[in-house]
Ligand binder design. Structure first.
Ligand code: ATR
Length: 273
């Protein structure tokens, strides 16, 4: 039975083992998939141990995605652009890294939620690994101008530079948000889960067409989505669908077959409510 794992810290509450087990059952593919908790200083050693024990694929989650990309012997173009890997594939020479977060988000927004992303004037809040993972895919999906704000402005500048589209991508200061007008798409990619830590966002940011998206789910998405409701955003979407879609992309890389995501998403959503 091929062995897979998700490696993160913390990782106990990760839904990935459940999702991959469900995909395997759906397609009649036997697999073993467990969670490995690795503090940052343990990551390299635990990944090597997993490989030595026959691990053939891994999902990488917080806070290891950048480190994972750094130790891969080969990276897909989208993992290179993100500077982060969430999916590792064992090859003869080492680990190959891919990043399925961005395409997972776009698939959730367009296929599941029926949003047309084209020409949407977009605000991205955050400039860490999660933001880097999704920004290229949003640009590729045809959004309009992209504004990036972050608590640490230098990181917003660095992300905007790395995206390489200066006419379309604009880093801005959080304190200048109110002057930026309204947005059709607002993506919260910060890890600032608690309400006290959410950057203060003017209600005027969301226009009546606006889709507000939090990349996290459960507790961690409540504060931002409550803000989005109060601000009158038309759609309010958490990261559960993205999680299932990025998992399906990873599954396809490993098993060469694409699982159906809707039943797995529905089961997780039911458990969540
Ligand atoms: P991730 O991989 O989840 O993006 P990260 O690289 O540590 O993790 O980035 C976390 C993001 O959440 C960053 O944009 C961070 O802002 P800084 O770059 O200024 O650190 C943001 N963030 C975390 N805690 C925050 C808080 N209390 N208030 C505002 N932003 C916060």
């Amino acid at each position: 039975i091929p062995r897979f794992a998700v490696i993160g810290h913390p990782v106990a509450h990760s839904l990935s083992p459940r999702i991959h087990a469900a995909f395997g059952r759906q397609l009649g593919i036997a697999l073993e998939y467990h969670a490995i908790d690795a503090a940052p200083e343990q990551f390299d050693a635990l990944l090597a141990e997993f490989a030595a024990e026959g691990g053939v694929g891994a999902n990488i989650t917080l806070p290891h995605k950048a480190r994972a990309a750094a130790i891969c012997t080969h990276l897909s173009e989208r993992a290179q652009r993100a500077g982060a890997a969430n999916t590792l594939i064992r090859s003869a020479t080492g680990w190959e890294g891919d990043n399925t977060d961005g395409v997972g988000l776009v698939r959730d927004l367009t296929d599941r939620h029926g949003l047309d992303l084209r020409e949407r004037r977009t605000l991205l809040i955050g400039a860490g690994g999660a933001a880097r993972g999704v920004a290229p895919a949003l640009l590729d999906a045809g959004i309009g101008e992209l504004y990036i704000v972050n608590r640490t402005p230098e990181r917003a500048d660095a992300l905007a530079d790395a995206l390489g589209q200066p006419g379309r991508v604009h880093p801005r200061y959080l304190k200048d948000l109110v002057a930026l007008g309204t947005f059709d798409l607002i993506v919260n990619a910060t890890s600032a889960a608690r309400e006290s830590a959410l950057p203060s966002l003017p209600m005027s940011l969301a226009n009546p067409r606006c889709a507000a998206v939090d990349l996290s789910y459960g507790e961690a998405s409540i504060a931002f989505l409550a803000w989005a409701r109060a601000a009158g955003a038309h759609d309010r979407i958490d990261g559960l669908g993205m999680l299932v879609e990025q998992a399906a992309e990873s599954f396809q890389r490993w098993h060469r077959v694409r699982p159906e995501t809707d039943p797995v998403y529905a089961a997780l959503r039911e458990r969540d409510d």
